[in-house]
Design a protein around this ligand. Structure first.
Ligand SMILES: Cc1cc2nc3c(=O)[nH]c(=O)nc-3n(C[C@H](O)[C@H](O)[C@H](O)COP(=O)(O)O)c2cc1C
Length: 379
């Protein structure tokens, strides 16, 4: 068995556990990052923000760039298709927001995004990718802030891009590359291909972070051992289970811990999550944001449909408290849920939506794509 990495180094930044909370739009806000960080060490990435939104001082974008007072390592994912905007946005993040890490999104599979050549579509244009990465690295360098990129295997099985992307990221001076072992066409369906992660590790000298289908701490260890990845990026596995980060930290420290909270303990985490959301967003919005997490927290527990529905409509913290009191605190954790997928899965796409003629040229240098200021769907 190979030796496990005990920490993660991204340029000037060292993280005590080689675990990264995957950026997830609408999920990994300041409250959720704090909730996860309370469980264990790792790097907790802010949900994606758009370069153009930041450069143009768009209000929605600015509202997303909120950090918890205890968040000493600020990590942000940027979306962008234009090197000029990405460079300027990087500069703003470093100079005005004091970030310690910037990740660039080249993996989003949402048609609205790929239609404009963004997200997972962009790495097809190798030259443009190189320009964007170079712009971000150059803007971050004076601040000694590491830049990483996150991508997928490619558009589909016939149009793979990840090995080229790895080489380009390395040449551009990126501190690491994260690979989600699916194509854009797969979206979240099927199984993540960890062999592709291993192939990328062989292909580049910079650290590779493996992503896809880590549901338990043991999966993370298996991924690292099978692929040689320098660390893991965990997304859906921690939905409704922030304590997964405790298990992950323990696992990389060589201990086997599987946290199995009773429903009473889950209830405490739910309350804490809602309180943090309300602290950061105000009670009305915080409660609304909390609603989407209810079914993940209660997955596999016996809580009845009426109670679940009421929780998913909660409006105030006081109302939440009344409903939480109805949960049976002694109900044990539903162990059958362990190791099973959660969050979005969906089905593969027949066709990846791309700009007209996108596949005809693999360079794209100088061809700046139209970039929305308020794109908030990640992926
Ligand atoms: C709700 C949701 C939102 C996401 N938003 C983003 C995003 O903004 N940026 C990004 O790079 N990936 C995003 N992703 C993809 C995840 O970061 C991750 O790559 C993917 O879920 C695979 O990892 P997992 O199997 O651990 O979930 C999102 C995923 C989900 C489920």
């Amino acid at each position: 068995m190979s030796v496990l990495p005990s920490s993660l180094t991204l340029g000037s930044l060292t993280v005590d556990t080689p675990v990264v909370l995957a950026p997830m739009a609408g999920i990994t806000n300041a409250a959720y990052r704090r909730l996860c960080a309370e469980q264990g060490a790792g790097l907790y990435v802010c949900e994606m923000i758009t370069s153009r939104g930041l450069v143009e001082r768009d209000e929605t974008t600015r509202n997303m760039l909120v950090f918890d007072e205890l968040e000493t390592v600020r990590s942000v994912q940027l979306y962008g298709t234009d090197p000029v905007y990405v460079g300027k946005a990087t500069e703003i993040l470093c100079a005005e927001y004091g970030v310690a890490h910037i990740d660039l999104n080249f993996g989003c599979p949402v048609p609205k995004v790929t239609r404009k050549g963004g997200g997972g579509a962009l790495p097809w244009k190798r030259g443009l990718l190189a320009e964007i990465l170079a712009a971000a690295v150059a803007a971050a360098a004076p601040y000694d802030v590491p830049v990483t990129m996150k991508t997928r295997k490619g558009l589909d099985d016939d149009h793979l891009t990840y090995l080229d992307a790895g080489r380009i990221a390395q040449e551009a001076g990126c501190a690491a590359i994260a690979l989600h072992g699916r194509t854009v066409a797969q979206a979240y369906s099927g199984q993540a291909d960890w062999e592709a992660i291993a192939a990328l590790v062989d292909h580049v000298d910079i650290p590779v972070l493996g992503n896809g289908d880590i549901w338990e701490a043991a999966d993370a260890i298996r991924m690292v051992q099978q692929t040689g990845a320098a660390g893991v990026v965990v997304g859906r596995g921690c939905l409704g289970r922030p304590w997964l980060f405790r298990d992950l930290a323990a696992a990389f420290a060589g201990e086997e811990v599987a946290t199995l909270p009773t429903l009473g303990e889950v209830r405490d985490v739910m309350r804490r999550h809602a309180e943090l959301l309300c602290q950061h967003m105000g009670e009305e919005r915080g409660c609304k944001e909390f609603r989407k997490h209810v079914s993940w927290y209660l997955k596999g527990f016996a809580a009845g449909g009426t109670l679940r529905r009421s929780l998913a409509l909660v409006e105030t913290l006081a109302g939440l408290e009344v409903l939480l009191a109805e949960l049976d605190p002694d109900e044990p954790f539903p162990v059958l849920e362990l190791g099973t997928p959660r969050g979005r899965q969906g089905s593969p796409r027949n066709r990846v939506v791309l700009p007209e003629g996108w596949l005809d040229d693999t360079d794209g240098r100088g061809s700046h794509q139209q970039e929305d200021a308020t794109e908030v769907t990640g992926g």
